[in-house]
Design a protein around this ligand. Structure first.
Ligand SMILES: *Cc1c(COP(=O)(O)O)cnc(C)c1O
Length: 417
Protein backbone atom coordinates (compact mmCIF):
# COMPACT_ATOMS: atom_id res chain seq x y z
CA UNK A 1 0.00 0.00 0.00
CA UNK A 2 2.48 2.57 1.15
CA UNK A 3 4.67 2.34 -1.97
CA UNK A 4 1.64 2.59 -4.23
CA UNK A 5 -0.16 5.66 -2.92
CA UNK A 6 0.70 9.11 -1.60
CA UNK A 7 0.37 9.79 2.14
CA UNK A 8 -2.71 12.03 1.72
CA UNK A 9 -4.48 9.12 0.01
CA UNK A 10 -3.66 6.75 2.87
CA UNK A 11 -4.68 8.98 5.80
CA UNK A 12 -8.24 7.59 5.80
CA UNK A 13 -7.38 3.89 5.95
CA UNK A 14 -3.74 2.94 6.43
CA UNK A 15 -2.97 0.58 9.30
CA UNK A 16 -6.62 -0.09 10.17
CA UNK A 17 -8.36 -3.41 9.55
CA UNK A 18 -12.19 -2.98 9.51
CA UNK A 19 -12.68 -6.74 9.93
CA UNK A 20 -11.23 -6.49 13.43
CA UNK A 21 -13.85 -3.85 14.38
CA UNK A 22 -17.26 -5.13 13.15
CA UNK A 23 -16.54 -3.68 9.69
CA UNK A 24 -16.62 -0.08 10.95
CA UNK A 25 -15.19 2.11 8.19
CA UNK A 26 -13.61 4.42 10.78
CA UNK A 27 -11.29 3.40 13.58
CA UNK A 28 -13.38 3.24 16.77
CA UNK A 29 -12.00 4.75 19.98
CA UNK A 30 -10.39 1.92 21.92
CA UNK A 31 -11.21 3.45 25.28
CA UNK A 32 -9.71 0.62 27.31
CA UNK A 33 -6.79 0.39 29.69
CA UNK A 34 -5.98 -3.29 29.20
CA UNK A 35 -6.41 -6.11 26.66
CA UNK A 36 -7.50 -9.73 27.18
CA UNK A 37 -4.92 -12.37 26.18
CA UNK A 38 -6.26 -15.50 24.44
CA UNK A 39 -3.95 -17.70 26.51
CA UNK A 40 -1.29 -17.29 29.18
CA UNK A 41 1.31 -18.35 26.58
CA UNK A 42 0.22 -15.48 24.35
CA UNK A 43 0.54 -12.97 27.22
CA UNK A 44 4.04 -14.29 27.94
CA UNK A 45 5.05 -13.94 24.27
CA UNK A 46 3.71 -10.36 24.07
CA UNK A 47 5.66 -9.32 27.16
CA UNK A 48 8.90 -10.87 25.91
CA UNK A 49 8.74 -8.64 22.83
CA UNK A 50 7.50 -5.55 24.70
CA UNK A 51 10.33 -5.75 27.23
CA UNK A 52 12.98 -6.55 24.63
CA UNK A 53 13.77 -9.99 26.05
CA UNK A 54 13.82 -11.35 22.51
CA UNK A 55 13.56 -10.02 18.96
CA UNK A 56 10.23 -10.16 17.15
CA UNK A 57 9.95 -13.22 14.89
CA UNK A 58 9.31 -12.59 11.23
CA UNK A 59 5.70 -11.40 10.72
CA UNK A 60 5.14 -11.30 14.47
CA UNK A 61 3.35 -8.13 15.58
CA UNK A 62 3.57 -6.77 19.09
CA UNK A 63 0.32 -7.94 20.69
CA UNK A 64 -1.92 -5.56 22.57
CA UNK A 65 -1.08 -5.55 26.28
CA UNK A 66 -1.90 -2.37 28.19
CA UNK A 67 -2.64 1.15 26.92
CA UNK A 68 0.50 2.70 28.39
CA UNK A 69 2.52 0.33 26.18
CA UNK A 70 0.25 0.15 23.13
CA UNK A 71 -3.30 0.78 21.98
CA UNK A 72 -4.82 0.50 18.46
CA UNK A 73 -5.53 4.25 18.22
CA UNK A 74 -1.93 5.05 19.19
CA UNK A 75 -0.43 2.46 16.85
CA UNK A 76 -2.51 3.35 13.79
CA UNK A 77 -1.76 7.05 14.32
CA UNK A 78 1.97 6.33 14.58
CA UNK A 79 1.93 4.23 11.40
CA UNK A 80 0.18 7.01 9.50
CA UNK A 81 2.55 9.69 10.75
CA UNK A 82 5.51 7.58 9.57
CA UNK A 83 4.26 7.90 5.98
CA UNK A 84 4.82 11.65 5.73
CA UNK A 85 8.39 11.65 7.03
CA UNK A 86 9.23 8.18 5.62
CA UNK A 87 10.39 7.23 9.11
CA UNK A 88 10.89 3.70 10.42
CA UNK A 89 8.92 4.40 13.55
CA UNK A 90 7.01 7.06 15.46
CA UNK A 91 6.09 7.69 19.09
CA UNK A 92 3.14 9.92 19.94
CA UNK A 93 3.14 11.80 23.24
CA UNK A 94 0.63 13.64 25.40
CA UNK A 95 2.26 16.98 24.44
CA UNK A 96 4.98 18.44 22.27
CA UNK A 97 6.94 19.23 25.42
CA UNK A 98 6.78 15.62 26.59
CA UNK A 99 8.11 14.50 23.18
CA UNK A 100 10.96 17.02 23.43
CA UNK A 101 11.84 16.38 27.08
CA UNK A 102 11.75 12.60 26.61
CA UNK A 103 14.18 12.81 23.67
CA UNK A 104 16.56 15.09 25.61
CA UNK A 105 16.43 12.82 28.67
CA UNK A 106 17.01 9.65 26.65
CA UNK A 107 19.99 10.89 24.63
CA UNK A 108 21.76 13.07 27.21
CA UNK A 109 23.43 11.97 30.43
CA UNK A 110 25.42 13.82 33.12
CA UNK A 111 28.64 15.27 31.65
CA UNK A 112 27.26 15.44 28.10
CA UNK A 113 27.16 18.61 26.02
CA UNK A 114 24.11 19.77 24.07
CA UNK A 115 24.46 22.23 21.21
CA UNK A 116 21.17 23.99 20.41
CA UNK A 117 19.88 26.68 18.04
CA UNK A 118 18.43 29.94 19.35
CA UNK A 119 15.63 30.90 19.54
CA UNK A 120 13.68 27.80 20.44
CA UNK A 121 10.12 27.43 21.64
CA UNK A 122 9.78 28.98 25.13
CA UNK A 123 9.13 25.66 26.86
CA UNK A 124 12.13 24.03 25.19
CA UNK A 125 14.26 27.04 26.13
CA UNK A 126 13.17 26.64 29.76
CA UNK A 127 13.95 22.91 29.82
CA UNK A 128 17.41 23.50 28.32
CA UNK A 129 18.31 26.40 30.63
CA UNK A 130 16.66 25.35 33.88
CA UNK A 131 16.33 21.57 33.92
CA UNK A 132 19.30 20.14 32.01
CA UNK A 133 21.91 21.90 34.24
CA UNK A 134 20.32 20.15 37.26
CA UNK A 135 21.27 16.77 35.84
CA UNK A 136 24.77 17.94 34.89
CA UNK A 137 24.24 18.45 31.15
CA UNK A 138 26.15 21.42 29.68
CA UNK A 139 24.53 23.46 26.92
CA UNK A 140 25.76 25.87 24.27
CA UNK A 141 23.47 27.90 22.03
CA UNK A 142 24.17 29.17 18.53
CA UNK A 143 22.05 31.34 16.27
CA UNK A 144 20.96 31.64 12.68
CA UNK A 145 23.67 32.98 10.41
CA UNK A 146 26.65 31.52 12.31
CA UNK A 147 28.92 29.47 10.07
CA UNK A 148 30.06 25.92 10.86
CA UNK A 149 33.56 27.29 11.56
CA UNK A 150 32.14 29.72 14.13
CA UNK A 151 30.00 27.03 15.75
CA UNK A 152 32.95 24.61 15.96
CA UNK A 153 35.00 27.39 17.52
CA UNK A 154 32.30 27.88 20.16
CA UNK A 155 32.41 24.15 20.91
CA UNK A 156 36.21 24.05 21.10
CA UNK A 157 36.35 27.16 23.32
CA UNK A 158 34.01 25.50 25.83
CA UNK A 159 36.64 22.83 26.45
CA UNK A 160 33.83 20.26 26.39
CA UNK A 161 33.62 19.57 22.67
CA UNK A 162 34.52 15.91 23.18
CA UNK A 163 31.36 15.47 25.24
CA UNK A 164 29.05 16.69 22.49
CA UNK A 165 26.13 14.23 22.44
CA UNK A 166 23.34 16.01 20.62
CA UNK A 167 22.57 18.94 18.34
CA UNK A 168 19.01 20.17 18.82
CA UNK A 169 17.61 22.61 16.29
CA UNK A 170 14.34 24.33 15.66
CA UNK A 171 13.88 25.55 12.12
CA UNK A 172 12.20 27.77 11.08
CA UNK A 173 12.51 29.21 14.56
CA UNK A 174 9.53 30.31 16.56
CA UNK A 175 8.76 33.28 16.42
CA UNK A 176 11.27 34.87 14.03
CA UNK A 177 11.17 32.42 11.09
CA UNK A 178 15.00 32.28 11.14
CA UNK A 179 16.20 29.15 9.37
CA UNK A 180 19.00 26.80 10.32
CA UNK A 181 20.88 24.58 7.85
CA UNK A 182 20.10 20.98 8.89
CA UNK A 183 22.72 19.36 6.64
CA UNK A 184 25.40 21.69 8.05
CA UNK A 185 24.48 20.57 11.59
CA UNK A 186 24.67 16.93 10.46
CA UNK A 187 28.23 17.67 9.25
CA UNK A 188 29.17 19.02 12.68
CA UNK A 189 27.58 15.98 14.35
CA UNK A 190 29.60 13.66 12.11
CA UNK A 191 32.85 15.42 12.81
CA UNK A 192 32.36 15.00 16.57
CA UNK A 193 31.13 11.39 16.38
CA UNK A 194 33.49 8.57 17.22
CA UNK A 195 33.34 4.80 16.87
CA UNK A 196 31.48 4.41 20.15
CA UNK A 197 29.60 7.70 20.26
CA UNK A 198 27.22 8.94 17.59
CA UNK A 199 26.25 12.59 18.01
CA UNK A 200 22.48 12.79 17.34
CA UNK A 201 20.76 15.57 15.41
CA UNK A 202 17.18 16.31 16.49
CA UNK A 203 14.96 18.79 14.63
CA UNK A 204 11.75 20.42 15.87
CA UNK A 205 9.75 20.48 12.63
CA UNK A 206 6.51 21.89 14.10
CA UNK A 207 6.41 24.93 11.79
CA UNK A 208 6.82 23.07 8.50
CA UNK A 209 6.04 19.46 9.04
CA UNK A 210 5.06 17.00 8.16
CA UNK A 211 4.09 18.39 4.74
CA UNK A 212 6.71 20.95 3.71
CA UNK A 213 9.93 19.69 5.25
CA UNK A 214 11.40 16.28 6.02
CA UNK A 215 14.49 16.67 8.21
CA UNK A 216 15.30 12.93 8.06
CA UNK A 217 15.98 13.40 4.32
CA UNK A 218 18.67 15.93 5.25
CA UNK A 219 20.43 13.53 7.58
CA UNK A 220 18.73 14.31 10.91
CA UNK A 221 18.29 11.38 13.30
CA UNK A 222 15.09 12.49 14.99
CA UNK A 223 12.22 14.76 14.01
CA UNK A 224 9.96 16.21 16.68
CA UNK A 225 6.54 17.81 16.61
CA UNK A 226 4.11 19.63 18.72
CA UNK A 227 1.12 17.78 17.22
CA UNK A 228 -1.00 20.39 18.99
CA UNK A 229 -0.23 22.65 16.03
CA UNK A 230 -0.66 21.74 12.32
CA UNK A 231 -1.06 17.99 12.84
CA UNK A 232 -3.96 18.45 15.28
CA UNK A 233 -4.89 21.67 13.54
CA UNK A 234 -8.16 22.53 15.31
CA UNK A 235 -7.02 24.01 18.66
CA UNK A 236 -8.83 21.23 20.50
CA UNK A 237 -6.04 18.97 21.77
CA UNK A 238 -2.46 18.84 23.09
CA UNK A 239 -0.07 16.19 21.70
CA UNK A 240 3.47 15.59 20.42
CA UNK A 241 5.37 13.17 18.19
CA UNK A 242 8.90 11.91 17.57
CA UNK A 243 9.99 10.04 14.44
CA UNK A 244 13.26 8.43 13.45
CA UNK A 245 15.24 5.27 12.78
CA UNK A 246 14.30 2.01 14.52
CA UNK A 247 17.33 1.84 16.80
CA UNK A 248 16.72 5.35 18.19
CA UNK A 249 12.94 4.94 18.36
CA UNK A 250 13.21 1.78 20.50
CA UNK A 251 14.99 3.94 23.07
CA UNK A 252 12.42 6.76 22.82
CA UNK A 253 9.49 4.34 23.13
CA UNK A 254 11.03 2.49 26.05
CA UNK A 255 11.51 5.70 28.03
CA UNK A 256 7.95 6.72 27.11
CA UNK A 257 6.66 3.43 28.52
CA UNK A 258 8.30 4.19 31.87
CA UNK A 259 7.53 7.92 32.00
CA UNK A 260 3.98 7.04 30.97
CA UNK A 261 3.61 10.12 28.78
CA UNK A 262 1.94 8.57 25.71
CA UNK A 263 -1.18 10.17 24.20
CA UNK A 264 -4.58 8.83 25.25
CA UNK A 265 -6.85 6.80 22.89
CA UNK A 266 -9.24 9.74 22.54
CA UNK A 267 -6.48 12.21 21.65
CA UNK A 268 -5.10 9.72 19.10
CA UNK A 269 -8.54 9.29 17.60
CA UNK A 270 -8.92 13.05 17.19
CA UNK A 271 -5.47 13.18 15.57
CA UNK A 272 -6.45 10.40 13.15
CA UNK A 273 -9.38 12.55 12.12
CA UNK A 274 -7.13 15.60 11.76
CA UNK A 275 -4.67 13.73 9.53
CA UNK A 276 -7.36 13.17 6.90
CA UNK A 277 -7.42 16.90 6.12
CA UNK A 278 -3.82 17.76 7.04
CA UNK A 279 -2.60 18.46 3.54
CA UNK A 280 -5.64 20.43 2.32
CA UNK A 281 -5.61 22.52 5.50
CA UNK A 282 -1.92 23.32 5.30
CA UNK A 283 -2.09 24.16 1.60
CA UNK A 284 -5.01 26.53 2.12
CA UNK A 285 -3.24 28.11 5.11
CA UNK A 286 -0.13 28.65 3.01
CA UNK A 287 -2.05 30.23 0.12
CA UNK A 288 -3.73 32.60 2.57
CA UNK A 289 -0.43 33.39 4.31
CA UNK A 290 1.27 34.39 1.07
CA UNK A 291 -1.50 36.92 0.38
CA UNK A 292 -1.40 38.27 3.94
CA UNK A 293 2.40 38.59 3.88
CA UNK A 294 2.27 40.42 0.54
CA UNK A 295 -0.34 42.79 1.97
CA UNK A 296 1.71 43.49 5.11
CA UNK A 297 4.96 44.15 3.28
CA UNK A 298 3.55 47.19 1.50
CA UNK A 299 1.65 48.59 4.51
CA UNK A 300 2.92 51.92 5.84
CA UNK A 301 2.40 50.94 9.50
CA UNK A 302 4.53 47.83 9.13
CA UNK A 303 8.29 48.15 9.48
CA UNK A 304 9.41 44.64 8.54
CA UNK A 305 7.77 41.32 7.63
CA UNK A 306 9.45 38.02 8.53
CA UNK A 307 8.10 35.49 6.03
CA UNK A 308 10.02 32.77 4.22
CA UNK A 309 8.21 33.56 0.98
CA UNK A 310 9.96 36.93 0.96
CA UNK A 311 13.55 35.73 1.21
CA UNK A 312 15.37 37.38 -1.67
CA UNK A 313 17.20 35.08 -4.09
CA UNK A 314 20.47 36.89 -3.28
CA UNK A 315 20.10 36.30 0.47
CA UNK A 316 22.46 33.56 1.72
CA UNK A 317 19.39 31.93 3.36
CA UNK A 318 17.71 31.47 0.00
CA UNK A 319 19.65 28.34 -0.92
CA UNK A 320 18.93 26.74 2.49
CA UNK A 321 15.26 27.70 2.20
CA UNK A 322 14.94 26.11 -1.25
CA UNK A 323 16.82 22.98 -0.20
CA UNK A 324 14.90 22.35 3.04
CA UNK A 325 11.36 23.52 2.32
CA UNK A 326 8.83 23.00 -0.43
CA UNK A 327 6.74 25.96 0.74
CA UNK A 328 7.17 29.20 2.70
CA UNK A 329 4.63 27.99 5.28
CA UNK A 330 1.79 29.81 6.98
CA UNK A 331 3.54 31.56 9.89
CA UNK A 332 4.23 35.28 9.61
CA UNK A 333 5.75 37.66 12.08
CA UNK A 334 6.17 41.37 11.58
CA UNK A 335 7.54 44.45 13.29
CA UNK A 336 4.90 47.10 13.64
CA UNK A 337 6.05 50.74 13.45
CA UNK A 338 6.38 51.71 17.09
CA UNK A 339 6.73 49.44 20.11
CA UNK A 340 4.67 47.37 22.54
CA UNK A 341 1.91 50.02 22.81
CA UNK A 342 1.27 49.95 19.06
CA UNK A 343 1.52 46.15 18.93
CA UNK A 344 -1.09 45.91 21.71
CA UNK A 345 -3.38 48.42 19.95
CA UNK A 346 -3.23 46.22 16.87
CA UNK A 347 -3.89 42.98 18.78
CA UNK A 348 -6.75 44.51 20.76
CA UNK A 349 -8.44 45.68 17.57
CA UNK A 350 -8.59 42.34 15.77
CA UNK A 351 -12.07 40.86 15.36
CA UNK A 352 -11.74 37.76 13.17
CA UNK A 353 -8.21 36.74 14.19
CA UNK A 354 -8.16 35.43 17.73
CA UNK A 355 -5.74 36.89 20.28
CA UNK A 356 -4.21 33.63 21.50
CA UNK A 357 -0.93 31.73 21.57
CA UNK A 358 -0.47 28.42 19.69
CA UNK A 359 -0.42 28.09 15.91
CA UNK A 360 -1.25 25.93 12.93
CA UNK A 361 -4.97 25.81 13.58
CA UNK A 362 -7.91 26.31 11.21
CA UNK A 363 -8.58 29.74 12.76
CA UNK A 364 -6.03 32.54 12.45
CA UNK A 365 -4.29 33.44 15.72
CA UNK A 366 -2.22 36.46 16.72
CA UNK A 367 0.03 37.02 19.73
CA UNK A 368 2.88 39.15 21.13
CA UNK A 369 5.96 36.90 21.64
CA UNK A 370 7.98 39.31 23.85
CA UNK A 371 5.27 39.40 26.55
CA UNK A 372 3.61 36.04 25.88
CA UNK A 373 5.28 32.89 24.44
CA UNK A 374 8.84 34.17 24.90
CA UNK A 375 8.48 36.17 28.12
CA UNK A 376 10.62 33.57 29.93
CA UNK A 377 13.59 34.10 27.58
CA UNK A 378 16.39 36.25 28.95
CA UNK A 379 15.83 39.92 27.97
CA UNK A 380 19.23 40.42 26.31
CA UNK A 381 18.81 37.20 24.34
CA UNK A 382 15.36 38.33 23.26
CA UNK A 383 16.85 41.57 21.89
CA UNK A 384 19.58 39.64 20.10
CA UNK A 385 16.98 37.40 18.41
CA UNK A 386 14.75 40.32 17.44
CA UNK A 387 11.92 39.36 19.79
CA UNK A 388 11.15 42.95 20.73
CA UNK A 389 8.07 44.94 21.78
CA UNK A 390 7.14 45.70 18.18
CA UNK A 391 7.10 42.06 17.03
CA UNK A 392 3.71 40.43 16.39
CA UNK A 393 3.31 36.78 15.35
CA UNK A 394 0.36 35.55 13.32
CA UNK A 395 -0.61 32.03 12.40
CA UNK A 396 -2.80 32.01 9.31
CA UNK A 397 -5.86 29.77 9.21
CA UNK A 398 -8.22 28.50 6.51
CA UNK A 399 -10.62 31.47 6.47
CA UNK A 400 -11.20 33.52 3.34
CA UNK A 401 -7.94 35.39 2.70
CA UNK A 402 -9.74 38.65 1.94
CA UNK A 403 -11.50 38.51 5.30
CA UNK A 404 -8.20 37.95 7.12
CA UNK A 405 -6.63 40.87 5.27
CA UNK A 406 -9.63 43.14 5.97
CA UNK A 407 -9.44 42.34 9.68
CA UNK A 408 -5.68 43.04 9.79
CA UNK A 409 -6.13 46.19 7.74
CA UNK A 410 -8.84 47.52 10.11
CA UNK A 411 -6.73 46.67 13.18
CA UNK A 412 -3.71 48.48 11.72
CA UNK A 413 -5.90 51.49 10.99
CA UNK A 414 -6.68 51.62 14.71
CA UNK A 415 -2.99 51.94 15.64
CA UNK A 416 -1.49 55.34 16.31
CA UNK A 417 1.76 54.29 14.66
C1 LIG B 1 3.96 24.55 20.79
C2 LIG B 1 5.33 24.16 20.47
C3 LIG B 1 6.03 23.22 21.25
C4 LIG B 1 5.43 22.63 22.51
O1 LIG B 1 4.35 21.79 22.23
P1 LIG B 1 3.12 21.52 23.24
O2 LIG B 1 2.25 20.62 22.43
O3 LIG B 1 2.51 22.84 23.57
O4 LIG B 1 3.69 20.85 24.44
C5 LIG B 1 7.31 22.87 20.86
N1 LIG B 1 7.89 23.40 19.76
C6 LIG B 1 7.26 24.31 18.99
C7 LIG B 1 7.96 24.88 17.79
C8 LIG B 1 5.97 24.73 19.32
O5 LIG B 1 5.36 25.65 18.56
Amino acid sequence: MKDQFNPESLMMSYGYKPELSEGAVKTPIFQTSTFVFKTAEEGKAFFEVAYGLREKEQNEELGLIYSRINNPNLQILEERLCLWDKADDCAVFESGMSAISTVLLEFLKPGDLLLFSKPTYGGTDHFIHHFLPKIGVDTIGFHHGQSNEEIIELLEESGKADNLAMIYIETPANPTNDIIDIAACVEIAKSFSTQDKQVKVAVDNTYMGPIWSHPLDHGADLVLYSATKYIGGHSDLIAGAVLGHSEDMIRVKTLRTFLGNMASPHTCWLLLRSLETLKVRMEQQQRNAQQVADFLVSHDKVEKVHYLGHIHSEDPDYEIYKRQYTSPGAMISFDIKGAQTEAFQFLNSLKLLKLAVSLGSTESLAQHPATMTHVGVDESERQEMGVTGKLVRISIGVENAEDIIRDISNALANCDC
